[in-house]
Design a protein. Structure first.
Length: 297
C-alpha cells in the first residue's frame, strides 16, 4: 500500500531489522502505517492491563554513526529543534551497535509525532550523506554457548557443564586440525574453546576463545600451568574504528584489559597513516581472548 520496498531480517534473533527503501513519500507512508499498527497493538494490550496511562509508540532507527553528528547538531541544537517541532522524544545512543559503525536512534511519541520526526531525520540524512564505509548492524541469533575441552563438547547449564551431542564434538575435532593450538594433555599450556552458535538449525564455530578465561569449570582443566610464558602480538586497526575499541573515556579498552588479563597498548595516530597499531602482551590465552574481544567490538 505504501509503494515502498520492505525487507525484514531473519527471524531466529531476539530482534529483527525492518529496512524500508523507496521515494521519501513512500517511506513516510510505510512509517505511518507501522506507527499506527504499533499504537493499535498498544491499545489492544491496554484492554487487559491495569495501567492507567497509555505508553507511547517507540521505534528504534539504525543510523550510520557518521550521520549522527548532523542529527544532533552543534551543541545539540538540531535534535532540540526536532524534539520541539514534532513533540516526539528523540535519543541518539552514545555507543555504536555491536560489530557495526551504526548507532541506534530511539523515537517515541504519538504516531503523528513519530511520522513528523522521521520526515525531519530523513531530510538531515539526505543533506549529510554518510562518510566512509558503513558496517551495517546485524542482530546475532540467540544461542547457548558451547565449550570444548579434552575432545568433548559441553553446554553451560547453570553452573554445570553438560556433555553435548557427538556431532559437535566431531566439529570441534575438525576445527582443531585447522588451529595452531595444542590439544589438552600435551605440553603447551593454552588450548582453544570454540563458541558455537546455532544458526537456522546448523552449527557454526566462531573465532577461538581461550578456555582458561571461563572460571566456572576449573575441574575440566587439570594440569594447566598457572603462569605460562608471556609473548607479544601486534595488530593494526583502521583509524575510523579505533574509537569503538577505546570507548568513551577508555571504558571499553579497560574492560577488554580486565577481561582478558592482557596488557594492551594503542599507538598514537601517525600523520598520514590510516591505521593505528595495537600491541597485546600476555600469555597465549590472554592474547587470544584480547584479540577476540577487540574483533567483537
Amino acid at each position: 500500500q505504501s509503494g515502498a520496498r520492505i525487507n525484514i531480517s531473519e527471524g531466529n534473533c531476539p530482534e529483527r531489522i525492518v529496512t524500508i527503501t523507496g521515494p521519501t513519500d513512500a517511506i513516510f507512508k510505510a512509517f505511518a502505517m507501522i506507527a499506527y499498527k504499533f499504537e493499535e497493538d498498544i491499545t489492544n494490550s491496554m484492554s487487559n492491563s491495569t495501567a492507567t496511562s497509555k505508553p507511547p509508540v517507540t521505534l528504534r532507527l539504525v543510523v550510520p554513526a557518521s550521520q549522527c553528528g548532523s542529527l544532533i547538531g552543534k551543541g545539540g541544537s538540531k535534535i532540540k529543534e526536532i524534539r520541539e517541532s514534532t513533540g516526539a522524544q528523540v535519543q541518539v545512543a552514545g555507543d555504536m551497535l555491536p560489530n557495526s559503525t551504526e548507532r541506534a536512534v530511539t523515537i517515541s511519541g504519538t504516531p503523528d509525532a513519530i511520522i513528523q520526526c522521521v520526515k525531519q531525520i530523513c531530510v538531515v540524512m539526505l543533506e549529510s550523506p554518510p562518510k566512509g564505509a558503513t558496517i551495517p548492524y546485524r542482530p546475532k541469533p540467540a544461542s547457548t554457548p558451547v565449550i570444548f575441552a579434552g575432545g568433548q563438547a559441553y553446554t553451560i547449564q547453570g553452573q554445570y557443564a553438560i556433555p553435548h551431542p557427538d556431532q559437535l564434538t566431531k566439529l570441534h575435532q575438525l576445527a582443531m586440525q585447522q588451529t595452531p593450538f595444542t590439544p589438552l594433555g600435551q605440553t603447551t599450556p593454552a588450548f582453544p574453546a570454540f563458541a558455537v552458535l546455532t544458526v537456522a538449525g546448523k552449527q557454526r564455530s566462531s573465532t577461538t576463545l581461550p578456555f582458561q578465561a571461563i572460571t566456572i569449570f576449573p575441574c575440566i582443566c587439570p594440569g594447566l600451568d598457572a603462569s605460562p610464558p608471556a609473548s607479544t602480538h601486534e595488530l593494526t586497526i583502521p583509524n575510523d574504528l579505533i574509537g569503538c575499541i577505546i570507548g568513551r573515556q577508555g571504558t571499553k579498552i579497560n574492560e577488554i584489559r580486565q577481561m582478558s588479563g592482557a596488557q594492551i597498548k594503542i599507538a598514537s595516530a601517525m600523520e598520514g597513516s590510516s591505521e593505528r597499531q595495537i600491541t597485546i602482551t600476555g600469555t597465549p590465552a590472554n592474547i587470544s581472548l584480547a584479540q577476540y574481544l577487540i574483533n567483537a567490538r
